[in-house]
Structure formats: C-alpha cells, structure tokens
Design a protein around this ligand. Structure first.
Ligand SMILES: NC(=O)c1ccc[n+]([C@@H]2O[C@H](COP(=O)([O-])OP(=O)(O)OC[C@H]3O[C@@H](n4cnc5c(N)ncnc54)[C@H](O)[C@@H]3O)[C@@H](O)[C@H]2O)c1
Length: 270
C-alpha cells in the first residue's frame, strides 16, 4: 500500500466536492491515516455534510479532526498543537485553502483591489501555508523525509480572466513554496505545489464565468476533458508519497495538458 504507515494532515475539507476531501480519501484508501483540518466555525449543516462525505473512509483511517482559522497565527498555533496531541509526528502536510473577498473578486479586477483585499487574500491563501509549515517544524511535528503540499492555479503564473487578486496570492504561494523547499531541504522535507485545472468546488464557483472557463479548458486541453477532483487527488497522492522522493520546490500541473497548449485554436472543433 502506497501510504502504509504514513500520517498526513490535510486541510481545506469543506464538502464532498473539495479537492482536499478527495485527497484525504486517496490517502486513506492507500493505507495511510489522515488528520483533518477544517475551517473554524463551520455550522452544523456544513459539518454534517462533511461527515457524510467522509463516512465511507476505511475504519480507523481518520485519526482526528482539528479546527483552524488560518487567518490568525494563534489559531494556526493551537491547531498544530492539537495535531501534535493526535500524532507526535506526521509524514505529510497539505494546504488546500484559498479565499478572498469573493464579492469584490467577482465584480472587480486588479484596478479595484484595495490594500485590505490584498492583505486578506495573501494572508489566507499564501502566508498561512508558510505559517503552518513554520509551526509544524517548530514543534517538531514534520518527520524527516516528510512532504508538504499546497494547491495553486494557473492564474498565479499567467493571466486568467477574473482571477486577478487570487492570481497575486497564488504567485506568492508558489514563490513561498520554493523558499520553504530551500529552507527545509537539509531536513529532507520536500515542498511542492499541485496546480489543477478548474474544478467544480465552492472555491472554483466563486470565480466569475467559472463555467465558461471550464468549457474553454475542456476544449483546449490535450486529454479529452479537464481532470476532475479524483484525478487531481491522485497527482497529489504521488507528491505526498515516497514515489516523488526526489522532487521538491516544483509546481506540478494536473490540467490535461492545457498549460502547454501554445495556440488555443480549439483543436477539437477547428
Ligand atoms: N476549484 C478549482 O478550480 C481550483 C483549481 C486550482 C486550485 N484550486 C485550489 O485548491 C484549493 C482547495 O480549493 P477547492 O477547490 O477544493 O475548494 P473548497 O471551497 O472546497 O476548499 C477551500 C477551503 O478553504 C477553506 N478556508 C477558507 N478560508 C479559510 C480560513 N480562514 N481558515 C481555514 N480554512 C479556510 C474552506 O473552509 C475550504 O475548506 C484552494 O487553494 C484553491 O485555490 C482550486
């Protein structure tokens, strides 16, 4: 079993559509154990939806659940301390969190971004990855040979319609990942990014014209359609497993080849 004896902290589970939920499932069904980190303050309805999304995980594969609001350092510190109580050492840490002021993102672009929007988006979507890894190292939670993973999107590297503010946050996340990889390499801790194509999740649907963007990728990626959450989770599983032992500081794309298509001439319908 690929993840036998491995314990992974997976953040960002909201519902059955979340990439993190699919990834936690892949880990659990590959013999690993997961600690789930969810956003602090989720209401009863959201919690019961999440419970039903993970109810068929193999028995004993969920070691525990911790709450965290990654916008504050204190919450990150107490969440990591809670993880340490569940397991003294972990083999993987997953940051699958992205958020900003959605109303503004939907209605406005770069020319309307305020300092408050900017700081909020970068804090939650980029700095929190740094803070989670820092804290995990500080309390000696991440074992030697462990793997850290964050989720990014093409809009952090190239211009994608309506992604403006989140694009800046994702660019920062990707740069932070490279510096984390450099800082932690001596401890044999790897840090990588998975960058999937557009997926129907709560975060994805927050982007204006999300459906059209999805269709565009479907029409212009090389595979017959853009990957779904399960396919993204399998690529993430590879990055968490020992199969990717020699890979660090990378951004791996799971987009059906879309990013490498130099001419969006719609090869499927032209
Ligand atoms: N859906 C897509 O099209 C797509 C494509 C590429 C990358 N991504 C990235 O994948 C990651 C996961 O997103 P998803 O698509 O699974 O959507 P999702 O909405 O299911 O997950 C986003 C998660 O972020 C959490 N979150 C937001 N603010 C938080 C806070 N202050 N504290 C703690 N948690 C907080 C939410 O609770 C949720 O679990 C994000 O980084 C997203 O940007 C998504």
């Amino acid at each position: 079993m690929l993840m036998k004896d491995k314990i992974v902290l997976v953040s960002g589970l909201l519902n059955k559509y979340s990439i993190a939920t699919h990834l936690a499932s892949q880990i659990a069904f590959s013999g690993g154990k997961v600690i789930l980190q969810i956003q602090k303050g989720m209401d009863h309805k959201k919690l019961s939806r999440l419970d039903s999304a993970v109810k068929d995980f193999p028995e004993g594969s969920i070691l525990g659940r911790v709450e965290c609001d990654v916008s504050t350092q204190e919450s990150i510190q107490s969440a990591m301390a809670a993880v340490k109580e569940i397991a003294p050492g972990i083999d993987g840490l997953v940051h699958s969190i992205g958020a900003c002021n959605t109303e503004r993102l939907v209605k406005h672009g770069i020319m309307q971004v305020t300092q408050e929007d900017f700081q909020g988006a970068l804090n939650i979507s980029a700095y929190s990855y740094v803070a989670m890894v820092q804290e995990a190292v500080k309390i000696d939670l991440l074992k030697e040979g462990s793997s850290c993973l964050a989720l990014s999107y093409l809009g952090g590297e190239k211009v994608v319609p309506h992604y403006d503010l989140m694009g800046m946050a994702k660019a920062t996340l990707e740069a932070a990942n490279r510096y984390l990889a450099a800082a932690l390499g001596d401890k044999r801790i790897r840090c990588n990014i998975l960058s999937p194509g557009p997926m129907k999740t709560a975060a994805g649907r927050g982007i204006n014209d999300f459906e059209k963007i999805g269709w565009h990728v479907d029409a212009n990626c090389f595979l017959p359609g853009r990957p779904n959450q399960e396919e993204a989770a399998k690529s993430a599983l590879f990055l968490l497993s020992d199969l990717s032992q020699g890979i660090s500081a990378e951004v791996i794309y799971c987009d059906g080849g879309y990013r490498q298509n130099g001419m969006h001439f719609n090869h499927r319908t032209a």
